[in-house]
Design a protein around this ligand. Structure first.
Ligand SMILES: Nc1ncnc2c1ncn2[C@@H]1O[C@H](COP(=O)(O)OP(=O)(O)OP(=O)(O)O)[C@@H](O)[C@H]1O
Length: 253
């Protein structure tokens, strides 16, 4: 479990995140929702140690700040919203996901090669494995980065708008992959602006507003208490029980 206690992030004198008590469990998908600038990415960056913070973050009972970097990388992987595109082939990028488990020479073992191949198959970049990243479409590149994330086999996956650039079918496939990783016991922390997808996929939602948790709970909790949702997004949500619908939740006026 990841626990955050009295977490505060300030840029200069500006406080952008102030969170009292949030828990993220393994085997759950938690989606952080909120307007632009609400502090969603800052929250994820704190969990990777990329941002200075006050307060405590515990990962499986141990302080994040005291975890050796290699162990931290085995536990938590972070895919930011926009990645630079290093000049390398897809297979090389995906193999970087195994670095936290390898010695300084970064020589892949048989087992690592198998994991890399499987990760590439899962996101359908196996046929692109010899292509260079800067020659790929944005969606193909995003799928390559997702394969790298999967190859880490980390306990917690922090993904900032991972469906960006993906076509409709690839978005749906990504959600199925995330559900399957959750069933394997991974803790998944998403940022997603698509409310119907977020409500349909998530075990828990965290609504951030001006850096503070305005509401948290299950999608059903949010459905039952929609005041904050309406305050922030000026819309409500409705659940429709129809097996033909891809996502059971829809936005209403
Ligand atoms: N490096 C930085 N220096 C100063 N202010 C920053 C920095 N990074 C983020 N901020 C500010 O912190 C606040 C929260 O930013 P953050 O990126 O966490 O928002 P977000 O909820 O992820 O937004 P979006 O949905 O637009 O991605 C914003 O007001 C932003 O301008």
């Amino acid at each position: 479990m990841i626990e955050m206690h009295d977490l505060v992030v300030e840029y200069g004198h500006r406080r952008v995140l102030c969170i009292n008590n949030v828990k993220l469990k393994k085997g759950e998908i938690v989606t952080i929702i909120g307007q632009n600038g609400a502090g969603k990415s800052t929250l994820q960056k704190c969990l990777t140690g990329l941002t200075e913070y006050k307060g405590a973050i515990l990962v499986d009972g141990k302080s994040l700040k005291e975890l050796p970097s290699r162990l931290r990388a085995q536990k938590i992987v972070y895919l930011p919203q926009a990645q630079s595109s290093p000049v390398m082939q897809v297979a090389t990028l995906v193999s970087h996901g195994r670095f936290p488990y390898l010695g300084y020479s970064h020589t892949l073992r048989e087992e690592d090669r198998r994991i890399v191949e499987e990760a590439m198959k899962a996101t359908h970049v196996d046929l692109l494995k010899d292509r260079f990243l800067d020659e790929l479409s944005l969606g193909e590149r995003q799928r390559a980065f997702l394969a790298m994330v999967i190859a880490t086999e980390s306990d917690y996956l922090l993904l900032d708008e991972p469906a960006t650039y993906l076509d409709l079918m690839s978005q749906h496939e990504l959600m199925q992959i995330l559900l399957s990783l959750k069933r394997q016991g991974k803790g998944i922390v998403l940022i997603n602006h698509d409310l119907p997808v977020s409500f349909s996929m998530s075990d828990q939602l965290i609504l951030l507003d001006h850096g503070e948790v305005l509401q948290s709970g299950t999608p059903e909790d949010f459905l039952a208490h929609q005041d904050h949702l309406r305050e922030v997004f000026h819309v409500g949500m409705k659940k429709i029980e129809d097996p033909h619908l891809l996502y059971q939740y829809v936005i209403i006026q």
